[in-house]
Design a protein around this ligand. Sequence first.
Ligand SMILES: [Zn+2]
Length: 445
Amino acid sequence: MKNWVTEAHQDESITALKKLVSIPSINTGNGKTYPPFGQAIADCLAEALSICETLGMKTYSDPEGFYGYADYGQGEELVAVLCHLDVVPEGDVNLWDTPPFGAVIKDEKLIGRGSQDDKGPTIAALYGFKAVVDEGAIFKKRIRFVFGTDEETLWRCMEHYNAKEEQPTMGFVPDSSFPVTYAEKGLLQVKLIGPGSSDITLACGDAFNIVPGRAEFQGKDANLVHEKLTKIGVAQTFDGNLITVNGKAVHASVADQGVNAINQLAKGLVHIHPHPTVNFLAEKVGDETNGLSIFGEIKDEMTGELTFNVASLSINEKKSEIELDLRIPVSFPIEDLVKILKEVIEPYGLEYCEFDRVAGLYVPKEDELVQTLMAIYQSKTNDLTQPLTSGGATYARTMQNMVAFGSRFPTSESLAHQSNEGISLDELFQAMDIYAETIFQLCCE
Ligand SMILES: [Zn+2]
């Protein structure tokens, strides 16, 4: 396979990446008034589209400001590259050795928020494309770079794109690791609403995607609850008034590695203050992080077991509420699980209220797209790492026949969302060469 990338491409790509990284494209908008995610994201989108124009592409900017894209080539079929331009906040500036939006090059690395997630990979794909164009290759399919603007929050950009724009035939998402990620679990976040209580007042838990590390109870017969918890071996502190159950907080996608403080509290509480919501937790969840008592075994070879997290529990005089976060193996339709869950909660008088649902990603390993990308990656790197699966999420799942592909290498340090986020120039250029070959094979052969 040929080397596509010249020194000129390398130099131009660094200039372009510096421009993107120096724009602090953190979401500051409300998603409603224009620009929906703030001026910096709008500026970054405009800059990305202007770079695409210098590369000979035809650009389009969504008048509502949710997304933009850049097209090249001709033909029936459309190959898409899905990128995002928003970044997470820089965090504590004192933890950075160089300014977070300085785009400083130090030790052969370009440093700045977004350099790895996802501006560096975006630029690698764009200049990979440029290298193919510069070779005079004929595009038999159209290529489209789609730029999303709220990947780090609610993906409203992709919702708008999918509602209004052409669907690609296939494509890839440079927002993950090499080699190919072909399967990502589905996501379901739900609230279960039930009756209130005059005996129990509770407000435990934080975000859907976190296993609660602590749960507090105070109120009627707290000493009896404390005794019961002690008897069944639940770790807690009790000051005569307030019980604090101590668990272990972890991300919901690895719920089995944590200890859910709410579930622990419920195991004791149920004996002293029976209440439909507490009973549900004690009888149908207990120590389980795989939803076994509710759904039976939900597990597949590709993406493993269901993860089931009770993220929060609140009870007051008026109502009670549980928040659940489920990560669902790709071969199980989310709808089937919803049906079972509704049946199981019904006798407890709980009402199902959906908060968020995102289908998983699955493209078979035998699929031509996966095979093509794997062959390119292997011949370019001699690395034989097998295709990957993930509990995390990329844009790949928003469209058919898409996979995540790079641009982090298995050996790269993962610095996304951290201080001193940076991308090694060597890796940037190597990814660029892999993307050039990919674009050539997908669009020109
Ligand atoms: Zn990303």
